[in-house]
Design a binder for this molecule. Structure first.
Ligand SMILES: Nc1nc2c(ncn2[C@@H]2O[C@H](COP(=O)(O)OP(=O)(O)O)[C@@H](O)[C@H]2O)c(=O)[nH]1
Ligand SMILES: Nc1ncnc2c1ncn2[C@@H]1O[C@H](COP(=O)(O)OP(=O)(O)O)[C@@H](O)[C@H]1O
Length: 204
């Protein structure tokens, strides 16, 4: 019997909330979810590997990708470009595998326009003070950039209503469990399964 298309899962939320951390923890667990590696023009941080964390591109290379329709969505975020390579997403879904995109809010809303059937999850910090602590604690940003990210974060939180689920990232392992529960529930949605079970009945 034909496998159903995979689930497109979008994990979004303000910078510093813990998207990378939660996604990383989810990847370490033995789920069948695949992960989309984004392209970006931002400089690699210490320890980041090209092709694993991001595909690091020059602005010209990124513009070529846009021109050739190689990105499912892209957004400019705090002075850099970020985008999702479309081919890997399409291939994964058509092979019946689930894929998770860890992207900021503007990009998530663009994906929504193309994949209304996607599962959109908003990761929420326990408080704004905790969000700032996390950005400061990560130590990758200057004071100006931190303030910039906090301003963007407030606008992003306003967009929560456009998502299907809100997951609080109070503790990483709890956020991971909540996301896994959402994915399990989405696999059981009747609109995904009705055609499959109809076939079973008809084959009898
Ligand atoms: N729209 C879009 N946003 C992305 C993509 N990849 C990463 N981002 C987001 O870009 C923002 C900045 O990412 P980054 O510079 O790695 O910082 P960090 O995620 O805050 O550690 C984050 O909110 C990411 O989730 C992408 O392909 N498309
Ligand atoms: N549940 C959590 N509790 C405490 N600190 C966290 C939690 N989740 C993430 N962090 C920390 O917050 C900082 C930002 O996390 P990161 O995953 O880089 O966020 P994002 O990808 O959303 O920008 C990191 O230093 C990370 O270790």
């Amino acid at each position: 019997m034909k496998k159903e298309r995979g689930l497109l899962i979008v994990l979004s939320g303000p910078s510093g909330v813990g998207k990378g951390t939660v996604c990383g923890a989810l990847r370490k667990q033995d789920t069948d979810i695949l992960y989309s590696v984004s392209a970006t023009t931002r400089t690699p941080r210490e320890g980041e590997i090209d092709g694993v964390n991001y595909f690091f591109k020059t602005r010209e290379q990124f513009e070529e990708m846009i021109k050739h329709d190689q990105l499912l969505e892209w957004a400019e975020y705090v002075g850099n470009f970020y985008g999702t390579p479309v081919d890997y997403v399409e291939k994964t879904l058509s092979e019946g595998n689930d894929i998770i995109l860890e992207i900021e809010v503007q990009g998530a809303l663009k994906v929504r326009e193309k994949f209304a059937e996607g599962v959109f999850i908003f990761l929420m910090p326990p408080s704004l003070a905790e969000l700032r602590n996390r950005i400061v604690g990560r130590g990758t940003e200057t004071e100006d950039l931190i303030n910039n990210r906090m301003t963007v974060a407030k606008d992003e939180i306003e967009m929560m209503s456009k998502y299907d689920y809100v997951v609080e990232n109070d503790e990483v392992h709890l956020a991971v469990e909540r996301i896994k529960a959402i994915v399990t529930a989405e696999h059981c949605r009747k609109d995904r399964l009705i055609a499959k079970y109809q076939q079973l009945v008809e084959a009898e």
